[in-house]
Write a protein that binds this ligand. Structure first.
Ligand code: XMP
Ligand code: MG
Length: 174
């Protein structure tokens, strides 16, 4: 299937400004706490790298890899853990860093996985939120941008593993 990049949805400057704001807010909310940022691979990797550097407090990082899409723009409905967490999260404040919350199914699996490690608290930070697509309830504590129901690529987000390296977020036509 050939895809076409349709239009810029969020510019590089807008992304960078919002990431700085989120970094400030997360730093204020976790002052004097034992904070761990969990990056959900691969989509959140670029956002994570910028957000992590926007924090002004001591923080650890962890990586988890999930898969829910098989090179398609519709969720397969199956969320699989490809690589789990190694770190002891007990008594830490965890902030899960996601690229996008769509149906909410990935987040549900992620929450269960992380709650089982008995952290002191778990919050969610997602760069993008597509609230109209939700099929399960999902609480997002820090949202970068609310977006309409369009498939987007760039700044970590892919279509069939490509376009992650674009600096802006684009809508695509499939
Ligand atoms: P769910 O439906 O579980 O989906 O909330 C979350 C995961 O689905 C992927 N996703 C997208 N990836 N452009 C993408 O590149 C999109 O528009 C999009 N919508 C959902 C993404 O991997 C996310 O973690
Ligand atoms: Mg993806």
């Amino acid at each position: 299937m050939k895809i076409e990049i349709e239009s810029t949805l969020i510019s590089e400057a807008e992304i960078q400004r919002r990431v700085r704001e989120l970094g400030q807010q997360i730093s204020e909310d976790h002052h004097n706490r034992e904070l761990v940022l969990v990056c959900v691979l691969k989509g959140a990797a670029l956002f994570f790298a910028d957000l992590f550097r926007a924090l002004s407090i001591p923080v650890r990082c962890e990586f988890i890899q999930l898969a829910s899409y098989d090179d398609r723009t519709e969720s397969s409905g199956h969320v699989r853990i490809v690589q789990g967490l190694n770190e002891n999260l007990r008594n830490s404040d965890v902030v899960i860093v996601e690229d996008i919350v769509d149906t909410g199914q990935t987040l549900t699996v992620l929450m269960e996985e992380i709650q089982a490690l008995e952290p002191a608290s778990v919050k969610v930070c997602s760069l993008l939120d597509k609230p109209t697509r939700r099929t399960v309830t999902a609480t997002i504590d820090y949202v970068g941008f609310e977006i309409p129901d369009a498939f987007v690529v760039g700044y970590g987000l892919d279509y069939a593993q490509k376009y992650r390296n674009l600096r802006e977020i684009f809508c695509i036509k499939t």
